[in-house]
Design a protein around this ligand. Sequence first.
Ligand code: 0X9
Ligand code: ZN
Length: 428
Amino acid sequence: MKLLTVLLLCVAVYAKHEQYAGWKSYYYGPKSQEQLRSIGPLAEEFELDVLSYANIEREGVVLVKPEHQDGFIKALEEKGIAYRIHSADVKTALDLDDVAIESRRKENLARNGKELPYDNYQELEVIDAYLADVASRYPDVATLAIADNSFEGRPINYLKISTTNFEDTSKPVIFIDGGIHAREWISPPTVTWAIHKLLEDVTEPDLLERFDWILIPVVNPDGYKYTFTDTRFWRKTRSTDQSNVSTTCPGVDGNRNYDFFWNTVGTSNIPCADNYAGSQAFSEVETRAVDNLLHKYLGRIALYLTMHSYGSMILYPWGHDGSLSWNAFDLHVVGIAMAEEIVAHSLSHFPRYVVGNAVLVIGYAASGASEDYAHHIGIPLAYTYELPGLSGGLNGFHLDPVYIEQVCRETWAGIVVGARKAGDIFVS
Ligand code: 0X9
Ligand code: ZN
């Protein structure tokens, strides 16, 4: 019977990633600015899915469809760009990931169904149940709220954490969101871990006394859910009302949809593209929901963090043109302080964090991103965290689940310093 269950499970998961049959992924390592610049056009020509961007010192990773393998490799060789295989069989790697995820899920259920796992990826329903549960266990400080319903009608849940029910308006607010990019599975756990550290395992009580907190683990629940059920590398929302091809190509890149130099650079007008900016700024209910909350607490928000992956980077504005903002000095000083603390709590084989202007550090300009928008409306400190990813030599494409808790712990160390420094600097 047990064997039959395992067999059925394997059949089910093996069917799931059929769409990735024949796909491969490659590391690529441009060694000059010219080689680096040629990646954009190659990505378009060969419909590459860039999982992590390279710079001259750091390899990137691209996913390549079966029909473009030969052409892509030929183009790299012509341009002299170094490459090596990352996964020769994406589908099988995903199938194996699923088997591991499923068995850890069962173990976790057997242990205690209510606890959020940090040795496994967190499914949407489990996160939502945790938010409700933790809010009911700490009613004096935590309130569960719904920012809005997603395009497909799921609640965009968030927690308000405050010792004064947000009534002491002299307290600065720390605002953290995750899960806008559906496939970046390490993002939501770093936000739920922050909740855990503020409520259940309080080692920094000053952070509760000094600040009010808005924490949204999954801004894009439809996309996030879809990566678990259907398409692992889905990035966008799941809206189908943006164009006449939206039903075949649903979704908008939430991090191109904010109203700041909307759709001017690093975006696409093609609904099927992964960086489709939408039909207009804030076309997506999910980004509007975040915007409404940002505006609700605007004068009080000292620090805005949005959690993405991968890259071990802390990025600050402006990410549409690479220029520096009026608050560049503080953005840099606080960014460095957060990264220093993360590195101090990290593992020796994790990549070191890099801090700086988004364009300079990640290597491309993109407009309509949330950290730029948050800064533009007046939030003095706004950052995109690109959390660590370790896949070479380890299983799968995402961060190996054995590292989830490590990433959450070190990221929290960064948040702690960021909040304290932001509080010191903040003048409402
Ligand atoms: O491209 C993005 O949206 C972010 N990287 S990701 O790999 N997670 O997709 C980076 C956003 C950087 N910020 C700005 N361009 N403002
Ligand atoms: Zn992202």
